[in-house]
Design a protein around this ligand. Structure first.
Ligand code: ADP
Ligand code: MG
Length: 643
């Protein structure tokens, strides 16, 4: 997602204007917006509208039904025009509800900001005060406040605002607490900014969306509460009226003349519902997590669209075979073809490297195998994957779930993201073992201990009790590898497992994986962007660019004589020890965005050897003999042969 956002400026702009489009797509929110706009416009225009005086009593016209005597909505017990009172009453209700929201938001957010930022004793005092307010039942407290201050609309407003302050204070304090320890706040402090300025310029902008969201979701609630107090006769006092007091007046004639109470009741219902629908819509738009699709329920497995199962090519002895696998993402009307037809096969005990720049589709390839790509937005759009001969994309959800971790295990780049921070590594290993092999806990603990010893963790019995944060990065990654090996998988997919480690630890982890695959005969799909790592561990390598494999073959042959210009460039990026004069050639340009791939070779725009032919038609992966294949019209070797 991050990459997609970074990919180009127009995409970023599209995302920002997308807020309105997003709101527009939410039909309920649009309906809410329509209702709220209409009511607010009418309420604002009340003095200009040809309405009767809302307070003019006419005993002769009392309790007229809607439509009678020229009163569109009828009259109340004092003969006052209900339509006019409704419009003026809505005006009061909205004004009071909004003002109470603003006051509660301002006071509550200030308390929350200061408490969360200052921490320590200040936080304690402020939050205990808030707790005291929250200790009383909500509406009872409002009633008590009005009882002390005396009935009246303004006092009702204060009461509602006060009882809502804790919502904002607690919400904002929580967010601020997380932000106040962040690096950018430290940086601002180091640069000499004063605390109030940091709060105002660094913290507040980050908290603002949350304040707006809380406001939009509470304003309807506050209008309702104001109406409640007025209904009880504690809010608006005659002759002034709001929707709540109209409802209260109508109560007396509820059975004989229901329209007097039904009219303001319906108005409250419609108004509050409109505001709440709009508020929910605003929240969805402002919350980046909801915006990126978290609103839709995630599915346990990547959706698969099966058109035609490709003919299975013969790879004798292969344990995992991918053929023509395509995975795409549907985001905002665009289709990102992250994986555009990948062929790959692994034999037991073999280590195959999948190499390419960041964003070339390596991780998506790896995740697609066991259906781990999130749907939506991801989808497997074609091809097939066979594990020990069984078609993975045709398996049921339950079968694939059982095979995850048992037959195919994953090790990811960031061990902290894999390990649960609240459980000891021992408990997590035990869980990994027992998920697939039900056995008594003590037995599983012994097995977990053996696994830790296997990945060369000193004092394994002691380390079982350690939490992930108590281990170093290298040890954490070893724990993840141990977890991957817990059920003796036939395939281990390692997605940049050493990228976050320093070089000595990286060398140790690589040696460990190399030894393990030889001892246990597991196949390893090793994903990396580093040819140095490839040369250390991989038998064969597949080079990926823009979602397709552009070259594949035995590692040493490819390192010695790359055929694809892209491979050549990638290898040139690796520094060689003892050759300080060698120029490290960065690859100029950027990889193409996968929602608008050029025709022909995707690398053509960055390729020094590109000719016009490279930019038309599909370019096939051509076998070159000796297990090598290249997707290039003018591979490097041929030129050597020519010259
Ligand atoms: P890498 O080769 O660095 O592992 P990835 O396989 O993670 O690259 O990503 C390949 C492409 O897939 C990215 O450029 C991005 O456009 C797309 N992509 C990956 N994950 C998502 C996602 N969750 N939503 C939308 N697009 C995605
Ligand atoms: Mg990746």
């Amino acid at each position: 997602m991050g990459r997609a956002a970074r990919s180009s400026a127009p995409a970023g702009r599209a995302r920002r204007t997308g807020a309105w489009a997003l709101l527009a797509r939410n039909h309920l929110a649009v309906a809410g917006l329509g209702v709220v706009t209409f009511v607010c416009l009418v309420a604002l225009a009340a003095p200009l509208l040809p309405l009767a005086d809302p307070n003019a009593t006419a005993p002769a016209d009392r309790l007229l039904r809607p439509g009678e005597g020229g009163h569109l909505l009828g009259t109340d017990a004092l003969g006052r025009d209900l339509l006019s009172r409704l419009v003026w009453g809505a005006r009061v209700s909205i004004a009071v509800g909004l003002s109470a929201t603003l006051i509660a938001a301002a006071v509550g957010s200030l308390i929350g900001l200061v408490a969360g930022y200052a921490g320590g004793r200040v936080d304690n005092w402020l939050m205990r005060g808030i707790d005291m307010v929250m200790a009383f039942p909500y509406i009872l407290l409002a009633l008590a406040i009005v009882a002390v201050l005396g009935p009246g609309l303004l006092n009702a407003l204060y009461a509602i605002a006060i009882v809502n302050v804790p919502f904002f204070a607690r919400n904002i304090r929580g967010i601020t607490l997380g932000l106040a320890r962040r690096e950018f706040v430290d940086a601002a402090r180091l640069s000499g900014k004063s605390h109030p300025r940091i709060l105002l310029t660094e913290v507040l902008p980050n908290v603002l969306p949350v304040i707006v969201i809380t406001m939009s979701t509470t304003v309807g609630w506050m209008i309702l509460e104001t109406a409640g107090l007025s209904f009880l006769g504690l809010g608006a006092q005659p002759p002034q009226s709001d929707l709540g007091s109209m409802l209260g007046e109508g109560r007396r004639v509820l059975f004989t003349h229901p329209h007097v109470s039904v009219v303001p009741g319906l108005a409250i219902l419609v108004l509050v519902m409109g505001i709440n629908l709009l508020g929910d819509g605003i929240r969805d738009v402002l919350d980046p997590r909801l915006k990126s699709g978290a609103l839709s329920r995630p599915v346990a497995r990547t959706a698969v669209r099966r058109t035609a199962v490709p003919e299975r090519q013969d790879h004798p002895g292969a344990v995992l075979e991918l053929q023509g696998m395509e995975t795409e993402f549907h985001v905002g009307g665009q289709v990102y073809r992250a994986v555009g037809g990948v062929d790959l096969h692994l034999a037991p005990g073999e280590c195959v490297g999948l190499v390419g720049e960041s964003g070339s589709g390596k991780s998506v390839t790896a995740m697609s195998v066991m259906g781990l790509v999130p749907t939506p937005p991801g989808r497997i759009a074609g091809g097939a994957a066979w594990l020990d001969g069984s078609d993975l994309f045709a398996l049921s959800d339950e079968e694939i779930r059982q095979r995850r971790g048992r037959d195919v295990a994953h090790v990811f780049q960031d061990p902290l993201g894999t390990l649960h921070p609240l459980h000891t590594v021992g408990a997590q290993l035990v869980e990994a073992i027992r998920a697939h092999r039900p056995m008594p806990r003590t037995e599983a603990e012994a097995a977990a201990c053996d696994l830790l010893a296997l990945v060369r963790i000193p004092n394994p019995a002691e380390r079982m009790q350690a939490f992930p944060h108590e281990l170093s990065g290298g040890m954490r990654q070893r724990v993840c590898i141990a977890m991957g090996l817990a059920n003796d998988p036939s395939v281990l997919i390692a997605d940049e497992p050493t990228t976050a480690l320093d070089v000595t630890v990286q060398a140790q982890v690589l040696a460990l994986m190399d030894r393990l695959r030889r001892e246990r005969d597991s196949a390893i799909l090793f994903i990396t962007h580093d040819f140095g790592v490839v040369s250390a561990i991989c038998d064969r390598v597949a080079v990926m660019y823009a979602g397709r494999i552009v070259e594949t073959g035995p590692t040493d042959e490819i390192l010695a004589a790359p055929a694809h210009p892209y491979t050549d460039r990638l290898i040139a990026c690796v520094p060689v020890l003892g050759a300080p004069d060698r120029r490290l050639e960065a690859i100029s340009g950027r990889p193409p965005v996968v929602n608008a791939l050029p025709p022909g070779c995707a690398f053509a725009d960055r390729c020094p050897r590109a000719r016009d032919e490279c930019r038309v038609g599909d370019i096939a992966l051509v076998e070159q003999g000796g297990g090598r294949a290249v997707r290039c019209l003018f591979p490097m070797e041929r030129e050597v042969a020519d010259g």
